[in-house]
Design a protein around this ligand. Sequence first.
Ligand code: ARG
Length: 266
Amino acid sequence: MQRVKRVLMCRPTYFDVEYIINPHMKPHAVDQALAMQQWEGLVAALESQGVKVEIIEQKPDVPDMVFATDQGIVEGGTVLMANFRYPERKPETRYYRAWFREHGFEPRELTKIFNFEGGDALFVGKMLIVGTGFRANVASCEELADNLGIDVVPVRLVDPLFYHLDTCFLPLDADTAFYYPPAFSENSQGLLKKLIPNLHEMSRTEAEGFSANSLVSGDTVILQAGNPTFRKKLEKLGRKVIEVEVGEFNKSGGGIHCLINTLEKT
Ligand code: ARG
């Protein structure tokens, strides 16, 4: 099982909800001091697992810049940069591109014709599953496959509450994943069943509690606090669970996985 070695996170100095681009978003309901505390708790949890946390500072004009995973896919020394669907988030790319360059990564751009955000792309073994319908276009999958030289499988998301793949799908290892079936079209549910030998279901309550938005490293799962039934399911599969509270970020439609971009695995 692969362990996470190094990640990139954005300090939430200017985190707030200032516009609505997903149904979770409640303008100006964020307690900023609490958000900072929760984010520091997540950093500490990662560091306790031996993960090196790199930090990018947030800029004031981009409240969603804290969601580092959406910025793109890091593969070795290159980063395939996102092409955000909404104009509100497009300015984030410039800041992250600069960070990646300064830290020795080579940022690569897709054609910019099709939308693609990192929260829609999750690896199951060597296969990249991409959630389409809200933030990523099916056509972006072809570009990703060409660029990365890997197989990319699009699945169609149908419920706006689960607008990114990482809100309803959680791979644990190359053969094992959880999914919330109604977030996917029927055909895509069937496709996932065929592709993943050990595919487990999560309940609506678990999905709404941001259970899928966890960070998996080896046999350890960092899970949003307050998901007792999902915790039990993970423990039954032999996983160790660390709970972290990131409720302030849920108000923007994000959770633990959204806040972390994995730079290196072992
Ligand atoms: N407010 C952000 C947006 O709607 C939340 C992004 C959460 N990211 C994720 N990977 N689910 O774009």
